[in-house]
Design a protein around this ligand. Sequence first.
Ligand SMILES: [Zn+2]
Length: 376
Amino acid sequence: MTSAFTFELRATDGKARTGVITTPRGKIRTPAFMPVGTAATVKAMLPESVAATGADIILGNTYHLMLRPTAERIARLGGLHKFMNWHGPILTDSGGFQVMSLAALRKLTEEGVTFSSHIDGSKHVLTPERSMEIQRLLGSDIVMCFDECPALPAPDEEVARAMRLSMRWAERSKAAFGDRPGHALFGIQQGGVNRELREESAEALKVIGFDGYAIGGLAVGEGQEAMFGVLDYAPQMLPADKPRYLMGVGKPDDIVGAVQRGVDMMDCVLPTRSGRTGQAWTRRGQVNIKNARHADDPRPLDEDCTCPACRNYSRAYLHHVFRAGEMISGMLLTWHNLHYYQELMQGLRDAIAEGRLDAFVSEFHRLRAEGDIEPI
Ligand SMILES: [Zn+2]
C-alpha cells in the first residue's frame, strides 16, 4: 500500500506510451480503457465481472450520482467504492459535460451552472467548489476539474469563451480540491479544434499544476478526422510525465488512433451501451446479433475470444435471447464487448512495450477490413 498517486512511464513507441499509474486502491496499466459506471453500476455487469475483463479502473458520473441517490447519501453509506462494491480505482467526471447535455433549464454564470434535474425537475447548482465537494464525498480516486464543454461545431469566439471560463474554473477547482494525498486532480484542456486555443488552455493548466491532464471537448460531434487532427498536436502540449486522458472516446479504431498519438486513458459508454442494443465489437469489426443470419449459426461470436459469451454460447443463442428480450442478452454482449476492449488495450500495451505498435495497428485494421465471418 502506498499513499501516493504516481505515474511511471515504462516505454514509448513513436508518440505512443505505456506505463503504470499507482494509487492507494491499485495500479492502472496504461493505455487504459475505463468502463463507465454511470449510476454506481457498470450496467448489466457485476463488479467482479468487470474486473475479470481486465479493467483496472471505472468511471462514475457526478451529475447522475448527485441527483440520485445523492453524494451525501453515498458518503453516509461509506463512499462509492463500498456502496457499489468496486474496490479498484474510480475516476469521476465533474458533472460539467452532463449538466450541459442532460439537464433542463440551465443557466450558466461565472459562478457555475444552475439547472433542473432531468429526473424530477428539482433545482440544483453546480460550481467548481460543489463539484469538488461531491467528488470528495463519493471518495473518487481521480477527480476531474469542473469545466464547460461546448458542442462542436461552434464559432471560435464561443469555444474561446468556454475555454477561458473553464480555465478560471480549473483554478477554483484546484483551490477547492486542496491537499488530498493519494487522490489526484486532473485539469481539462479545452479549445475545440483550434490549435491556438488548445495551446492557451494547456499553458493555463500547466501554470496551475495538476496530477494528470485530460483532453476535453472532443468526441462531441466533430468526427474522427477532426478529432485525430487535434490529437496530432494536443497531447504533446501537455506534460510528458503525467497521464493524458482523452474523455469520452470511443470506438475501437478511435482508441487505437488516440493511443498512437500519445493518449494514456480513455472512457466511453459504447461497449456497454452497444451490449444492450444487440451490437458486438470484435476483431473483425461490428456484429449486429439481431440480424437473421445468426438464427441458425452454432458458432461463437468470435472463436478466439475467451469471454463467457464466446466460450459457452452460440451466435444462435445470442440472437435468440436478444429477440426474446431476455436480460442475459445484455449481460453476455456487454461482457464480450468489455472483454474485447480490454484485450485490445492489453495488445496495445504489449505492442508499445515491445516496439511493434505499427505492426499491431496494421493487423488491427487488416482484420477489421476482412469483416465478419461468412454466414453459415
Ligand atoms: Zn467474447
